[in-house]
Design a protein around this ligand. Structure first.
Ligand code: 0L1
Ligand code: MG
Length: 263
């Protein structure tokens, strides 16, 4: 069921995409559309995705967000969400991220799964994901909610592509059999100071559970995850705000590290 018209979906997609591209804050969209539902929210996100593709961008991956209980309670929402990753969101490892292109960025330590077989829900589970995974690699996500003061509800954040803005991959790739994914530790440093630590199980009890949830959520729209997909699983640590001049380095047990700098 949806409550918004096709014209309202397109107008809200344009509104949120403009805020992303021009790096300005907006009020959460449920303030103006209190009766909008989850289908409306995903329709807006998918309309933003179509706008990117129409402008010649490639969709290079998917991300899950709000996959830890700590993050859900930190942000005051009650369910994980997903978003898409466009080609220009990708920053090279060790590269500079221009803070002025963003509103109020925060970084998160994540893992990414790259698949070698199609995954289709409903009923997708951890075993399906592990069997279909080619390799796992470290990832850092830069989230940047377009909403004022990073405050939103779940419908508003889904429409805003789940705060996606930049990501970095690096370190080593390993097959799932070579990793203890639940106990895989991460240490995040900013300007040489340890600011966050965590382990893979922070993400829905097992990192592969996040990919399974994505597949099952995609199935609700008749979509699936094709072989060769890159999927970020959501934050293992809390998100940390960054300022221009900050450099970061995140160490991932058995998978190397990823560093970069905000300029
Ligand atoms: O976990 C995430 O990638 C963030 C999803 C959206 C919520 C937020 O902006 O904190
Ligand atoms: Mg994230």
């Amino acid at each position: 069921m949806s409550t918004l018209t096709a014209a309202q979906i397109e107008a809200l997609a344009e509104h949120l995409e403009n805020a992303e591209l021009q790096a300005y804050e907006v009020t959460k969209i449920t303030d103006d559309y209190p009766n909008m539902d989850y289908q409306d929210a995903f329709d807006i996100q998918w309309a933003i995705r179509r706008r990117k593709e129409a402008h010649g961008h490639k969709i290079v991956g998917m991300k899950m967000g709000l996959t830890s209980w700590a993050k859900m309670s930190q942000m005051g929402v009650e369910h994980p969400c997903y978003g898409f990753l466009a080609d220009y969101f990708s920053v090279p490892e060790g590269g500079d991220i221009r803070h002025s292109e963003l509103i109020h960025p925060k970084i998160e330590a994540e893992l990414a799964f790259v698949t070698r077989a199609d995954l289709q829900g409903s009923g997708c589970h951890i075993g399906d994901v592990l069997a279909a995974t080619d390799f796992v690699m470290p990832a850092i996500e830069v989230i940047d909610s377009r909403y004022k003061d990073f405050k939103f509800d779940l419908k508003s954040v889904i429409a805003d592509n789940s705060s996606s803005s930049r990501f970095i991959t690096g370190g080593c790739i390993k097959p799932v059999a070579a990793l203890d994914l639940k106990n895989l530790g991460v240490v995040m440093e900013i300007n040489g100071q340890v600011v966050q630590t965590g382990a893979g199980a922070a993400v829905l009890g097992h990192p592969a559970a996040s990919v399974a949830m994505l597949v099952n959520m995609l199935a609700e729209r008749g979509e699936y995850l094709p072989a060769g997909s890159f999927v970020m699983i959501g934050a293992i640590t809390a998100a940390v705000a960054v300022a221009p001049g900050d450099s970061f380095n995140v160490r991932f047990q058995d998978l190397g590290s990823i560093g970069g700098r905000f300029v």
